[in-house]
Design a protein around this ligand. Structure first.
Ligand SMILES: [Ca+2]
Length: 206
């Protein structure tokens, strides 16, 4: 009886030990699975971080591009007027700059190009009054963008805007092939065709 009891006790102990081992194996397996899941989670987090950084970078790039475009569309002239010494004229809404240095028509035009501008085109009495007032203040005639260098008698603006308003003096233009550029006369603001190689002050327009 005692013997049987001892055998059964041992069997029970062995059984308990076996089941404990099983539990340990199960726990180990669970731990391995958890570790694997942690690594996967970490990888996912890193991928998300990278994606967020990329989105931040792209949105910064978009802002860099968008802001100047917006400000340009709101105030078309102010940026240009503020740079290179251009002035904004309230009456005509144009951005202009006087070149006091006396230059040939071509050299004056080149100078305007250096500021992304063009020799001035005139499309209204107000614009002509502006150029006339500048000429008057210098007591000197001023080059404007009008010229017939490409085709005799066919006057065009340097900035390629269409010719509408005109203010020729009564017998002008009269110079034929020898006078292909145009000035605003400082006395009364009328236009004369003139030899392009004479040197005169000029006005650029943005
Ligand atoms: Ca001519």
């Amino acid at each position: 009886m005692l013997y049987d009891s001892t055998i059964s006790d041992i069997a029970e102990l062995v059984g308990k030990q076996q089941s404990q081992q099983d539990i340990i194996i199960t726990l180990k397996t669970t731990l391995d699975v958890q570790k694997k899941k942690n690594i996967e989670m970490e990888n996912l987090q890193n991928a998300l971080k990278n994606e967020i950084n990329e989105m931040k970078r792209t949105s910064q790039l978009q802002q860099d591009v968008t802001i100047p475009l917006q400000s340009t569309s709101i105030k078309p002239y102010s940026n240009g007027c503020q740079s290179n010494g251009f002035d904004y004229d309230m009456g005509t809404g144009i951005c202009y700059k006087l070149i006091e240095e006396r230059l040939t028509w071509d050299a004056a035009r080149e100078k305007c190009h250096g500021w992304n501008a063009e020799l001035i085109s005139i499309h209204s009495q107000q614009e002509n009054d502006l150029v006339h007032s500048i000429a008057k203040s210098l007591s000197f005639e001023i080059w404007i963008g009008l010229n017939d260098q490409a085709q005799e008698g066919s006057f065009v603006w340097a900035d390629e805007s269409s010719v509408g308003y005109k203010n020729w003096d009564s017998d002008e233009p009269n110079g034929g092939r020898s006078e292909n550029c145009v000035i605003v006369w400082y006395i009364d603001g009328t236009w004369w065709d003139y030899g392009c190689n004479y040197k005169k002050p000029s006005v650029c327009k943005l």
